[in-house]
Design a protein around this ligand. Structure first.
Ligand code: GLU
Length: 283
């Protein structure tokens, strides 16, 4: 059975881009007699605002969607820690004490989320006085797994290419956010039985890392569906901080959520908003 999910982070209110993402995941599941899950990605202990969670549910109901809710990330910290321990025992993680500024200064490539880590701390004895994050040694990881591929429903078969990967953080320095997005989302999709990972093209470049983690941790391999991302008049992803209205504001202003959902389904977008099909969408 097909199982999709919408996995918002309660760091800010949902906007039209989130509505589109939820509708795509919902409709793909419902059209094939499957299940559509809502998972609250509240891994970021400092930025998560619990009062937004009830608002998210009200937004989805207003759009006319039906979902099943699965455990939120804050309840799964022990699972993430156990997986990190397993990878550490396999010799696949190394401690990194670099600051953000050091990473930016040493980066040779810029990835979708900023500068890609150049591997500065790899093989360097850690300074025990400094807080350390734990990074995945992707060269060693790929050596252990061998060549990997993955399938996106829209983009077709893809290969995991070593040059796309950087040594991402799996365990963060910040004790209020122990696991990184990459580790948590990969474990959660497996635990929730997600068979079709549906999300925006802005996360396309994260998928090779997730595919690698699945192989290392012996998890089932889903199919992916990276959908277009709604862009504002500036050509950038919609964002609350760039003035995109929240769904809550539209709902409270008396707009018809189901009609809005149908417009998004039909590709009728509000003035100034476009569908972005690029694989390299600026966050
Ligand atoms: N929680 C992520 C976000 O809000 C989405 C993660 C995903 O769909 O893989 O951007």
């Amino acid at each position: 059975m097909i199982v999709t999910r919408f996995a918002p982070s309660p760091n800010g209110p949902l906007h039209l881009g989130h509505a589109f993402s939820a509708i795509v995941a919902h409709d793909l599941a419902k059209a094939r007699g499957g299940r559509f899950l809502l998972r609250i990605e509240d891994i970021d202990g400092e930025r998560s605002r619990s009062e937004l969670i009830a608002e998210f549910r009200a937004d989805l109901a207003w759009l006319g969607l039906e979902w099943e809710e699965v455990p939120q990330q804050s309840s799964r910290l022990a699972v993430y820690a156990a997986a990190a321990e397993r990878l550490r025992a396999q010799g696949l993680l190394y401690p990194c004490t670099c600051t953000r500024a050091q990473i930016a200064a040493s980066a040779r490539k810029i990835g979708p989320d900023g500068p890609l880590y150049a591997g500065t701390c790899k093989g360097r004895p850690p300074d025990p006085a400094m807080p350390a994050a734990w990074r995945l040694d992707v060269v060693e990881a790929l050596r252990q797994t061998g060549a990997l591929g993955w399938l996106d429903e829209r983009a077709g078969p893809r290969a995991v290419r070593p040059e796309q990967l950087a040594d991402v953080v799996l365990v963060r320095k910040d004790k209020s956010t122990p696991a990184s997005y990459h580790l948590a989302v990969t474990l959660d999709d497996a635990a929730d039985g997600v068979t079709l990972v549906t999300r925006g093209l802005d996360l396309f470049s994260a998928t090779p890392i997730h595919r690698l983690l699945q192989e290392l941790l012996g998890l089932p391999i889903p199919v992916w569906h990276h959908h277009p991302v709604l862009l504002g008049a500036d050509g950038r992803k919609l964002a609350k901080r760039r003035g995109s209205p929240s769904l809550a504001a539209l709902r409270q202003a008396g707009e018809d959520g189901r009609a809005l959902a149908d417009s998004l389904r039909a590709g009728r977008l509000p003035a100034g908003i476009a569908m972005g099909e690029s694989l390299h969408i600026e966050p």
